[in-house]
Design a protein around this ligand. Structure first.
Ligand code: 5GP
Ligand code: ZN
Length: 134
């Protein structure tokens, strides 16, 4: 078992757990973007969103909602970001599917990604390429 999150799920590596059920574990990120930054993970090892079956993803989504509300109410923050880095190129370091819940407060200084503009015809082309694969 090479995976750090599988080791956390198995209890081999300690963590600060905030929620657990048969299929899901949520625990504090060791290096928080903001205090209370929580990771929600399926107990079964899936590398990314493409690997997890839809039924299990639905359970994961329900847990994200539950933990997100607890983060908001428990920490008294005004909101939170839910984020998943899907594959290494997007910044995924741990290859075990997980969602970040990042508590947010007004003026916390956290800046999200810069945004750009489409060139002539580019949006149509992108939309077509995606639509054709669904
Ligand atoms: P990723 O970049 O893969 O989306 O995020 C992985 C996250 O796992 C990072 O935010 C990192 O701080 C966290 N992390 C890495 N190793 C450990 C660990 O041993 N324990 C905990 N609790 N979090 C970890
Ligand atoms: Zn794993």
């Amino acid at each position: 078992m090479d995976c750090i999150f599988c080791k956390i799920i198995a209890g081999v590596i300690p963590s600060f757990k905030v929620y657990e059920d048969e299929d899901i574990l949520a625990f504090l990120d060791i290096a928080p973007v903001n205090p209370g930054h929580t990771l929600v993970v399926p107990k079964k090892h899936y590398a990314n969103l493409e690997e997890i079956p839809e039924g299990e993803l639905a359970k994961l989504a329900a847990a994200i909602k539950k933990v997100g509300k607890a983060v908001k109410d428990g920490l008294g923050v005004e909101g939170y970001n839910v984020m998943e880095n899907n594959d290494p190129v997007s910044g995924q370091i741990i290859p075990h599917l997980h969602f970040h819940i990042i508590p947010r407060k007004e003026g916390d200084g956290l800046k999200l990604w810069p945004q750009g503009k489409y060139g002539e015809g580019e949006a149509e082309e992108m939309a077509e390429k995606i639509k054709n694969k669904i």
